[in-house]
Design a protein around this ligand. Structure first.
Ligand code: CA2
Length: 147
């Protein structure tokens, strides 16, 4: 069984409740349910979490070391600010996919730079809530390439 940690950063607990024009109408609880359904059909177990606190996210990434096969990380605004999160990902040695609901490259210039991109397997952005299940499939393809 493949174990994937899906971790969400600050303010993503507000999904579906505010700014639906930017982030969509789907709540984080609905996204978690979508991910659980998707994983169940693929022999994948997921852990799903969210924190508004940088240190708590770092603790979760450290705890994933040696336990989880992959990390899907929507670090929210910490993407653009946090060297500490980048260092945590690098030290965890868990393959990480950087995920965003919105296309960060089509938004304000300060969202164009990601501290996480250089330590990611790859980045998925701009597909809204569907990005989460795309990221599960991308992680499986990375961990077990076809053929
Ligand atoms: O597009 C994404 O997934 C982001 O990671 C979302 C972050 C943003 O800072 C990144 O640049 C891109 C913001 C998450 C805030 O989520 C909210 C949801 C509803 C209402 C208000 C904020």
């Amino acid at each position: 069984m493949t174990n994937i940690l899906i971790l969400n950063g600050p303010n993503l607990n507000m999904l579906g409740l505010r700014q639906p024009e930017v982030y969509g109408k789907t709540t984080l609880a609905q996204i978690e349910a979508m991910c659980r359904d998707h994983a169940a059909a693929r022999e994948v177990t997921i852990e799903f979490g969210q924190s508004n606190h940088e240190g708590a996210l770092i603790d979760s990434i450290h705890a994933a070391r040696g336990k989880m096969d992959g990390l899907i990380l929507n670090a929210g605004a910490y993407t653009h600010t946090s060297v500490a999160l980048r260092d945590a990902v690098a030290s965890s040695e868990v393959p990480m996919i950087e995920l965003h609901l919105s296309n960060i490259h089509a938004r304000e210039p300060f969202r164009h730079h990601s501290y996480l991109a250089a330590v990611a397997v790859g980045q998925i952005c701009g597909f809204g809530a569907a990005g989460y299940t795309l990221a599960i499939d991308a992680m499986l393809a990375h961990l077990k390439p076809p053929g």
